[in-house]
Write a protein that binds this ligand. Structure first.
Ligand SMILES: [Zn+2]
Length: 276
């Protein structure tokens, strides 16, 4: 079998004690009193995750599309360079290449909407046939990869968005057919599409629908959310503040509370050993 080896998963102290690998210091996301207070009171336990060939695992990418990630690509795209989103895309590319190199299964959701079906409460975005609904340039090559399943979804929640009219679910069928035991989830937005997908997937797993799935892991650096500052939100009654790092943290916290594991670093076991 192939996939992540969960026996190698542990906290920093545990792994350092074992002398297994170099620990990469975790980058501090932001500073500021509200976020510091939130992190202190609602800490997210993050773990190191190292790949091995022992567990059948898949990478799931949630909405790495231009409409959410590429500057000036629509109503929900960043208006200026965004470090968090750039890091999310970079980690998605890095892990997608590693997974494809090993011919491990992958699943990618692409937010895609019909122009006549709005998605309340969001403005029109990712309309079918536009560049907004397509993979970011750095991931376009995934469309030609035989081990990648791409699902265009017209719903925030990728699990629900995988249902077809006949009641079948592409994602459920893929888990069952590929005998996936663990999912590693990256994408945007941490507290919206990623969180909804993770929560529904965990519920379906608990209900016995996703056999043989056992673990759902969210990679914190592989996720990002959008930024709408309190200052900007006050300029219009239509806007609701959405500080980026605060909501990223909240998304991870709720995912953790629902039963997901949160990975702070992700790598392949053999690469860590070679780097020693
Ligand atoms: Zn959408």
């Amino acid at each position: 079998m192939i996939g992540w080896n969960f026996f190698t998963m542990g906290n920093k102290t545990e792994l350092e004690t074992r002398g297994c690998l170099n620990i990469i210091p975790k980058k501090k996301m932001i500073t500021g009193a509200p976020l510091d207070m939130l992190k202190e009171n609602l800490p997210v336990d993050e773990e190191l995750l190292l790949l091995s060939n022992d567990v059948t695992t898949s990478l799931v990418l949630v909405d790495p599309v231009n409409g959410f990630c590429t500057i000036d690509s629509g109503n929900l795209a960043p208006q200026q360079p965004d470090q968090r989103i750039e890091e999310m895309v970079g980690e998605s590319v890095r892990l997608a290449k590693l997974f494809c190199g090993k011919k491990w299964p992958m699943f990618a959701f692409l937010d895609t909407h019909r122009p006549d079906v709005p998605e309340h409460p969001y403005p029109p975005h990712c309309i079918v046939g536009t560049e907004e609904a397509n993979l970011v340039p750095a991931l376009e090559w995934l469309e030609k990869e035989p081990y990648v399943t791409i699902r265009r979804k017209d719903y925030i929640n990728g699990f629900v968005g995988s249902f077809d009219k006949d009641g079948s679910n592409v994602f459920v069928d893929w888990i069952n057919a590929s005998q996936i035991k663990a999912l590693l989830v990256l994408g945007i937005c941490t507290d919206i599409c990623v969180l909804d997908f993770v929560s529904s997937t965990l519920l379906a797993r608990n209900r016995g629908i996703l056999v043989p799935l056992e673990e759902v892991i969210v990679y914190s650096k592989g996720c990002a959310t959008f930024d709408l500052s309190v200052h900007v939100a006050k300029s219009s009654k239509e806007l609701i503040a959405h500080p980026q790092d605060l909501f990223h943290h909240v998304g991870l916290y709720i995912a953790r509370a629902r039963g997901a594991k949160i990975a702070s670093e992700v790598g392949f076991w053999y690469l860590w050993i070679e780097s020693e």
